[in-house]
Design a protein around this ligand. Structure first.
Ligand SMILES: [Zn+2]
Length: 154
């Protein structure tokens, strides 16, 4: 069973998450992002740990990534190192530590999920939408109001 970062908790189907290793501190982080999702996650069987982060901290100091890691990031890294399991994360710094210390890792979002999570620009005035390639926000060419990046409704 892999160690899972919070992006996996947010986006993966529940049956894929079951049995995975996670840090208690991630639940708190998840509640801030989506309380409904946090409730669902709490309802399934997962391995919640509060790891000793010392070895993870040492590894992150050695690779130079420590300043870019949150305390939650460090805990999930620690869990991956302690259990020896593959770490699923989209965090570049976590991936970097794993790469340099030769610990297995994989991105949370594969090609398929990138297609699922499309983004669009939506005007806050007239609600017009248009496709985006980047998350750069622009003004609406119909009414001139700012357009905000939103997750596209499929
Ligand atoms: Zn508009």
């Amino acid at each position: 069973m892999p160690a899972l970062d919070t992006a996996a908790l947010l986006h993966w189907p529940l049956e894929r998450l079951e049995g995975g290793y996670v840090a208690h501190s991630q639940l708190e982080e998840l509640r801030k992002l989506s309380s409904e999702r946090a409730l669902l996650i709490e309802s399934i069987e997962m391995n919640w740990l509060t790891p000793d982060v010392e070895d993870a901290r040492v590894a992150a100091v050695e690779t130079g990534d420590l300043p870019r890691l949150s305390s939650v990031d460090l805990e999930i890294l620690a869990i991956a190192l302690i259990t020896g399991e593959k770490l699923f994360t989209d965090d570049y710094s976590l991936q970097n530590v794993c790469r340099k210390i030769n610990h297995p890792f994989e991105a949370v979002s594969n090609r398929k999920s990138e297609q699922l999570w499309a983004w669009e620009l939506r005007c806050i005035g007239c609600k017009a939408t248009r496709k985006v390639d980047t998350k750069k926000e622009i003004d609406c060419d119909i009414c001139g109001s700012p357009m905000k990046v939103k997750r596209a409704r499929n």
